[in-house]
Ligand binder design. Structure first.
Ligand SMILES: [Zn+2]
Length: 372
């Protein structure tokens, strides 16, 4: 039986929760993690139309990009409010609601990467760093005879990763002393006698989140009943992730021609632009959804053009003054691209795990704005 929590685990692999911005609320908003899931509806938002669509098709779970309860504060859940009605409707129809939001924007292969790939950007980097993995250093003192076994156990548990290298450890030989006291059961030596042993000080960097696992593996492989080890906080960070993307087009193109390509690829009827239509652009930055706050970071990073949505008049004016060309590709168009990507990823996970799971893209979660 596939349960909501199994789907949540797959989504955690696609968009790890730890990558989310601090103000964000991704995850399971409504539902029981143990509830069975046979059918999933993927959409951009949990609107009342999307809930009706899910109920109609007998879906057990809705997965969206936007969290349905973000910034919500309520003292009661009743049908008198739109959010209350949606929560009650989900519960009445036994539908769980889960979202992956800024964690999906930041994750590799997420919303920003999907848009960057669609427009052909190469050599991608993030626009602004939002996450870096905290590290610890673990140093353990181990008899020479067991140094290799302890080293391997620590590395197998996740210690010693630096960039594209694994098993990065350092060992320094030395002499250790210990005096087994009453009640001890020493692996070497005897009670009441000072023991001198040739040991290795073995040290490795460990992701802080995996320190407990590495220490447990280290202790399991270590022969002593009392393992001497130190855990240090370290300053440097190797694994970093960020929001937005910056890359280069295969060849320079006039901004107006670039904008025509955007219109066509994103299925837009029109596109709001600022800046010089004839400016030749090659270095392009983007941020899906509401990313006007990154106009200036994009400019300072050297971008010729910047793509985002929800740009206000004065923000656009500021962009014009710098000379960076900006395209407002609409919040919906920049993010709806992720819906089929999530659907395919869940289908692939189901196929790999042998799950009988149907995953459907919403047909009703459409563009909110319309124009005359
Ligand atoms: Zn959004």
């Amino acid at each position: 039986m596939v349960q909501v929590k199994d789907i949540m685990a797959v989504m955690e692999g696609i968009a790890p929760r730890k990558l989310a911005e601090s103000w964000d609320k991704p995850g399971l908003a409504v539902g029981d993690p143990n509830h069975e899931v046979k059918k999933i509806l993927v959409a951009l938002d949990v609107t009342k139309e999307v809930i009706a669509e899910a109920a109609e098709m007998g879906a057990d779970m809705i997965i969206t990009h936007h969290p349905m309860l973000l910034f919500q504060k309520f003292d009661s859940i009743t049908t008198e409010t739109s959010v209350g009605s949606k929560i009650i409707s989900l519960i009445q129809n036994n539908i769980a609601a889960f979202s992956a939001h800024t964690n999906l924007d930041i994750a590799k292969g997420g919303t920003n990467d999907v848009l960057a790939e669609l427009i052909g950007l190469q050599d991608l980097t993030y626009l602004e760093e939002t996450w870096a993995e905290d590290l610890k250093k673990i140093a353990v003192f181990v008899p020479v005879t067991h140094a290799e076994a302890v080293r391997k156990a620590m590395c197998d548990a996740g210690a010693g990763e630096i960039g594209n290298y694994t098993c990065c450890t350092f060992g320094a030989p030395g002499e250790s002393t210990f005096l087994p006291m009453e009640g001890s059961n020493p692996f070497l030596g005897e009670q009441g006698k000072l023991e001198r042993v040739e040991e290795v000080r073995l040290e490795a960097l460990v992701p802080a989140s995996q320190a407990a696992n590495v220490i447990a593996a280290m202790k399991a492989a270590h022969p002593y009943e009392e393992v001497a080890y130190d855990v240090y906080a370290v300053e440097q960070r190797y694994k970093k992730e960020g929001i937005g993307r910056m890359g280069v087009l295969p060849a320079p193109v006039a901004f107006a021609d670039f904008a025509r390509m955007l219109k066509e690829k994103l299925g837009l009827d029109s596109i709001r632009l600022t800046g010089d239509a004839h400016k030749m652009i090659q270095k392009v930055a983007l941020c899906t959804g509401s990313g006007a706050e990154f106009i200036m970071p994009a400019y300072y990073a050297g971008a010729d053009a910047y793509l985002t949505a929800d740009i206000k008049f004065h923000e656009a004016q500021k962009a014009v003054e710098t000379g960076i060309c900006v395209a407002d590709v609409t919040h919906y168009a920049s993010e709806v691209l992720i819906v089929p990507v999530i659907q395919k990823a869940l289908e692939q996970a189901a196929a790999e795990k042998g799950w009988a799971l149907e995953v459907v893209c919403s047909k009703v979660n459409g563009q909110t704005f319309w124009a005359l």
